[in-house]
Design a protein around this ligand. Structure first.
Ligand code: PLP
Length: 493
């Protein structure tokens, strides 16, 4: 019975009705997603202009709010789950993923300590360990779930810094005679390395970008030389970040050789497998996990590659106690809820309050099983190679990088190799600049059309188009359509 004095919550029957309506809304959205534009055609500020600048004085009905979602929000979105969304790493909210996320919402627990939610804590430990086994990581690796890989890298490097400069957690960086740390990563690695260096007081200039070879993998000789030069100049080499699946081309650094250097120099080895690490589950890609057993930390983003809805990123540390030592801190108010010997995930990072992220991973991974996951990753690899075949057989286009995992980088080079047609009767010799511009325009025009969505990036200073697969709704037919759109747009431009 509702207490007439208490403002309380929505009446039970009304809530049940709304939930049923919402269930239909979710199913309709999924069913009709292909009828939506992939990206909006709105100008900046257009959505905000339709929303009141002040919050409502009185409550509004759910019906009205959901109506505004349809009218204002859905058309103003880039639909990352649209099968023609081929940008970045094209993830999907799969049906089981959506269900898993929905279940966690009414539970609304705070998984900061074991006692504040035993099931959330223990399930987190279980799903982290399932993934560890699927990846073939030794059991000395323990993990923690964060929101993103950038946060994972920052925590890993904080441990590296503490081990290289003990008591930094206690005394900080000011007025201490600390070494000048250097972190090394390739010129294709993610900018999360610099973000971590900024946060940890190491400084972004102290992230040294090392050149890559013809296949966009870190040049190990150049890495050796850069480290040796830094040592001569009194820098202290702290860590190497090796990438398994770089953001632009999904290239894989030679981890075993890098691990050897890290051992010799007593440096921390972090593996950024945010996108590509999970492909180690596919037997044909097992090689990508060579040398991981010598790493100190590894980050994997199941929200990129393993079908878990955003956000869900796992940081593994060889002996997770190293991570705990740096971040454990029990305020008085939590002492009663901190059971000695039980895992308290608040001790493994700067975050105190923590969502029950493990639940959605548990639901999706149980629904697909290891075999289902591998089958879907394999299909992405097959589709990526199929698209690469189409590109190779059209001499107006060229592949800009070896096809790796679900990523294809390619470039339009002109109707006849070396010539760009600048208009009727006026072919102009192709210059790097005008080919760059053209490739950029093709992507811009396709994205503005709302029919498909690609990413543009730079490889060796040249602008290239990029398709990132990952959406389970994207089929061969969608890619044929996308290839047609790309060719049409290129010719029209
Ligand atoms: N590392 C790699 C290789 C990435 O591609 C990305 C993002 O695309 C990141 C790290 C950062 O991931 P997050 O957005 O989870 O911080």
């Amino acid at each position: 019975m509702k207490d007439p004095q208490s403002p309380g919550d929505t009446p039970r029957e009304e809530f049940r009705k709304q939930l049923h309506e919402l269930a239909d809304w979710v199913a309709d959205f999924r069913e009709n997603i292909e009828s939506l534009r992939v990206a909006p055609c709105e100008k900046p500020g257009a959505i905000r202009a339709q929303l009141p600048a002040q919050g409502p004085e009185e409550g509004e009905s759910f019906e009205k709010i959901l109506g505004d979602v349809d009218r204002l929000i859905v058309p103003g979105m880039v639909h990352w789950s649209h099968p023609m969304f081929l940008g970045y790493f094209g993830w999907t909210a799969t049906a089981p993923g959506i269900l898993g996320e929905i279940i966690s919402v009414p539970l609304n627990v705070n998984a900061m300590t074991w006692r504040t939610c035993p099931a959330a804590t223990e399930l987190e430990t279980v799903v982290i360990d399932w993934l560890r086994q699927w990846l073939g990581l030794p059991d000395e690796f323990g993990g923690v779930v964060y929101d993103t890989a950038s946060v994972g890298i920052m925590h890993a490097l904080a441990v590296a810094r503490e081990e290289a400069a003990p008591s930094t957690r206690k005394f900080g960086l000011i007025n201490r005679d600390l070494p000048r740390f250097r972190i090394y990563t390739s010129d294709e690695a993610h900018s999360a390395a610099e973000k971590a260096a900024i946060t940890l007081g190491i400084g972004e200039e102290n992230v040294q970008r090392v050149e890559t070879d013809a296949d966009f993998r870190i040049d190990v000789n150049a890495l050796r030389e850069t480290i040796a030069r830094d040592v001569r100049h009194n820098f202290k080499p702290l860590a190497v970040i090796a990438t398994v699946g770089t953001t632009s081309s999904a290239s894989v650094d030679p981890v075993p050789e890098i691990a050897k250097i890290c051992r010799e120099r007593k440096m921390w080895l972090h593996i950024d497998g945010a996108y590509g690490g999970a492909f180690a589950m596919v037997p044909e890609y097992k090689w990508a996990s060579k040398g991981w057993d010598m790493a100190d930390s590894i980050v994997i983003n199941p929200h990129k590659t393993l079908f878990v809805p955003l956000d869900f990123s796992v940081l593994y540390v060889r002996d997770a106690e190293r991570l705990r030592r740096v971040f454990t801190l029990v305020p008085e108010v939590l002492r009663g809820d901190t059971v000695e010997g039980e895992k308290n995930y608040m001790d493994y990072g700067i975050q105190l309050g923590r969502r029950f992220r493990a639940l959605k991973a548990w639901v999706i991974w149980r629904s697909l099983g290891r075999e289902g996951i591998v089958a879907r990753l394999r299909e992405q690899i097959r589709l990526a190679n199929l698209v690469a075949g189409w590109i190779k057989s059209d001499d107006r286009f060229e592949l800009a990088a070896p096809v790796s995992m679900g990523v294809i980088c390619f470039r339009f080079v002109g109707p006849v190799a070396g010539i760009v047609d600048a208009g009727p009767g006026s072919p102009t010799p192709a210059t790097t600049d005008n080919i760059d511009k053209l490739n950029s325009q093709i992507v811009e025009q396709i994205n503005a059309s709302g029919r498909a969505y690609l990413t543009q990036t730079k490889l060796r200073g040249q602008t290239v188009m990029r398709i990132g697969l990952g959406n389970v709704l994207t089929t061969e037919d969608h890619l044929r359509k996308a290839w047609e759109i790309i060719r049409e747009t290129a010719v029209a431009l």
